[in-house]
Design a protein around this ligand. Structure first.
Ligand code: IPM
Ligand code: MG
Length: 358
C-alpha cells in the first residue's frame, strides 16, 4: 500500500488533479496496485482556512507520503500579498526545498498527432525527444534577497545566484545517468562567458564527465540554447541546467510538443518525489472545464515509473493518451480544425475509457 499526498492547489489545479486521481485509481484497479490518497491544502485554500500557503500539516502529509501529486499554485487573489506570503515563494519553493527535490525532470516529446498543433514547422520538430534536468533547489530562486533604500534616491534590489560543487555534481550525475540510458548525449547549459556560478558549473560538469566516457558532453551558452531549441531541437538528447535557465528553457521547449498543457514533470532527489504539470494555475480559464488535464495525467505516469517502478501502469497511461490524441480528441489549447474539441472532464474520461480497452 502506497500513500499519495494530493495537493490540487489553485485555479485549474482543482479540475485537472481529480482527472489524474481517477485515472490512477483505474490503473490501480487494473493492475492490483494499492494506493491510499490523502488530500492536503496548499496556497489560497490553505491561506484562507489555515493562515499559511504551506501549513505545517500539509508539509507533514507530504513528508509521510510515498509520492506527492501537485496541481498548480498561483492565484490573482494572492498577488497582492507581501512577497513572503505569495504561494510561489511561501508554498512551492519551500515544499521543493523541504522535500529535498533538487532535480526537476521535464521530458519533451512530440506526439505525431500533435505535430500540427505546434507553432513550429513540422520538419523542425519531428523526431524531438529531449529530457531536461533542471536544478530545482538552488540558484537565484533560493539565494539571499534584499531591498535597500538608496541615499541617492530610489531603491536597490538584490537576488543572489549561488551554487556549490556538491549541488552541481548531484544534478549533473542524474543527467549523465539518464543520458547513459538514452542516446548518450548530454548538453550542459550555462552562461560561463559571464557568470562565476556558471564557470564553476562548467568546470564541475567537465570533471564529472571523466566518470562517463561513454556519454558525449557538450557545453552550450543559455542564449545559444534558446536559439537552438527552435532552430534544430532534434540535436538534443539530455539537457542539464541551473534553476532559472531551466525554468525559462522548459516553457519554451514545451511549445515543441504543441502546448505547455502537454508537459509533465517529476521533481526528484529526496525520499519523496513530487509530480506536477509544468504549467501554472491558469486563472483565466479556471472553473470553465477548458483546461488540458494531459500534463497532469502524464505526470502520474512518471510517478508510477519513478516512485513505484510500476512500468506497466506508466506505459498504459502514455499509450492511452497517445491513442486519444490519434483519434482526434483535443482540448482547446491543442485544437486544430476539423478535430473533436472536448473539455477537461471529457478528456479525462476518454483516457480512462481507452485504458479500460487496452
Ligand atoms: C515552474 C513554475 C514555478 C517556477 C513558479 C510557479 C514559481 O514556473 O514550475 O516552472 O518558476 O519554478
Ligand atoms: Mg516555469
Amino acid at each position: 500500500m502506497y500513500k499519495i499526498a494530493v495537493l490540487a492547489g489553485d485555479g485549474i489545479g482543482r479540475e485537472i488533479v481529480p482527472e489524474a486521481v481517477s485515472t490512477l485509481q483505474l490503473v490501480a484497479q487494473k493492475f492490483n496496485y494499492s494506493f491510499e490518497f490523502q488530500e492536503a491544502l496548499v496556497s489560497e485554500d490553505a491561506y484562507e482556512k489555515l493562515g499559511h500557503p504551506l501549513p505545517a500539516e500539509t508539509l507533514k502529509i507530504c513528508q509521510e507520503a510515498n509520492a506527492v501529486l501537485l496541481g498548480a499554485v498561483g492565484s490573482p487573489k494572492m498577488d497582492t500579498l507581501p512577497a513572503e506570503l505569495r504561494p510561489e515563494r511561501a508554498a512551492l519553493l519551500p515544499l521543493r526545498k523541504e522535500l529535498g527535490l533538487f532535480a526537476n525532470l521535464r521530458p519533451i516529446r512530440v506526439y505525431d498527432s500533435l505535430i500540427t498543433a505546434s507553432t513550429l514547422k513540422t520538419e523542425v520538430i519531428k523526431d524531438v525527444d529531449i529530457a531536461v534536468f533542471r536544478e530545482l533547489t538552488g540558484g537565484l530562486y533560493f539565494g539571499a534577497k534584499k531591498r535597500e533604500v538608496l541615499e541617492s534616491g530610489g531603491e536597490q534590489a538584490i537576488d543572489t545566484l549561488v551554487y556549490n560543487t556538491e549541488e552541481i555534481i548531484r544534478i549533473a550525475r542524474l543527467a549523465f545517468e539518464a543520458a547513459r540510458g538514452r542516446r548518450k548525449r548530454l548538453t550542459s547549459v550555462d552562461k560561463a562567458n559571464v557568470l562565476e556560478s556558471s564557470r564553476l558549473w562548467r568546470e564541475t560538469v567537465t570533471a564529472l564527465s571523466k566518470e562517463y566516457p561513454d556519454v558525449e558532453l557538450t557545453h552550450m551558452y543559455v542564449d545559444n540554447c534558446a536559439m537552438q531549441l527552435v532552430r534544430w531541437p532534434a540535436q538534443f538528447d539530455v539537457i542539464v541546467t541551473e534553476n532559472m535557465f531551466g525554468d525559462i528553457l522548459t516553457d519554451q521547449a514545451s511549445m515543441l510538443t504543441g502546448s505547455l498543457g502537454m508537459l509533465p514533470s517529476a521533481s526528484i532527489g529526496g525520499k519523496v518525489a513530487l509530480y506536477e504539470p509544468a504549467h501554472g494555475s491558469a486563472p483565466d480559464i479556471a472553473g470553465q472545464n477548458l483546461a488540458n488535464p494531459l500534463a497532469t495525467i502524464l505526470s502520474i505516469a512518471l510517478m508510477l515509473r519513478f516512485s513505484f517502478k510500476y512500468n506497466e501502469g506508466a506505459k498504459i497511461i502514455e499509450k492511452a493518451v497517445y491513442k486519444v490524441l490519434k483519434e482526434g480528441y483535443r482540448t482547446a489549447d491543442i485544437m486544430s480544425e476539423g478535430l473533436n474539441k472536448v473539455g477537461t472532464t471529457q478528456m479525462g474520461e476518454l483516457v480512462r475509457q481507452t485504458i479500460q480497452k487496452l
